[in-house]
Design a protein around this ligand. Structure first.
Ligand code: IMP
Ligand code: MG
Length: 182
């Protein structure tokens, strides 16, 4: 994407690397959930592209649903305060959930979401995140499926944004710090 080239410091995961890794995650989920019918929950908006590719790599009967959360504050790190902006459409009671996130950073978002969804009595919950920044963790939370561990840098593309921009880049790139005044 020509429009963004000047803002990207380095491409961290190419389109090809993403394609291969997402297919591998889908195959692993397919094997792990054999005989089940999971509900795959996309955390909006950052996971929308990952969700679209991942679900097409899962060879199982499954349903999909969407939840939108916001963490208060702007800039490049989330606050500890999270709220649901758009809730799921379906009941999850007794279902096997796979929560699909773009990135696990401090863990505040997924820790909150996991607790909220747990209270609705699903049969099981697992977390699938495309990216993991383990260095930044504040909450005791790990993903069951991780696409890539990445260093502590602010990344955009393949669904991830800075100030709602760059989501349509087909790769994951490190944003130049001067773009966000870092
Ligand atoms: P956490 O609550 O700190 O784990 O952050 C999770 C959310 O923060 C993600 O769903 C993203 O929306 C956002 N986030 C964290 N790190 C990045 C990044 O490097 N690029 C874009 N968004 C990020
Ligand atoms: Mg997000």
């Amino acid at each position: 994407m020509a429009y963004a080239e000047k803002d990207i410091l380095e491409v961290l995961e190419t389109q090809e690397a993403l394609r291969e890794r997402v297919a591998a995650l889908g195959a692993q989920i397919t094997a792990d959930y054999a005989g089940k019918e999971p509900i795959i929950i996309s955390v909006l908006r950052g996971s929308f592209i990952f969700m679209a590719d991942l679900t097409r790599s899962i060879d199982l009967p499954c349903t999909v649903d969407f939840i939108s959360v916001s963490s208060y504050g702007v800039g490049t790190s989330s606050s500890g305060q999270v709220k649901i902006v758009k809730d799921l459409s379906e009941s999850i009671e007794g279902r096997d959930l796979i929560i699909v996130e773009d990135i696990l950073d401090s863990g505040n978002t997924l820790d909150y979401l996991r607790n909220v969804l747990m209270a609705r009595k699903p049969a099981s919950i697992r977390i699938c995140t495309l990216l993991d920044k383990p260095e930044r963790r504040e909450k005791d939370i790990q993903a069951d499926y991780v696409g890539f561990n990445i260093p502590n840098a602010f990344v955009v593309g393949y669904g991830l944004d800075y100030a709602e921009r760059y989501r349509n880049l087909p790769y994951i790139g490190i944003l130049k710090p001067e773009v966000y005044g870092g």
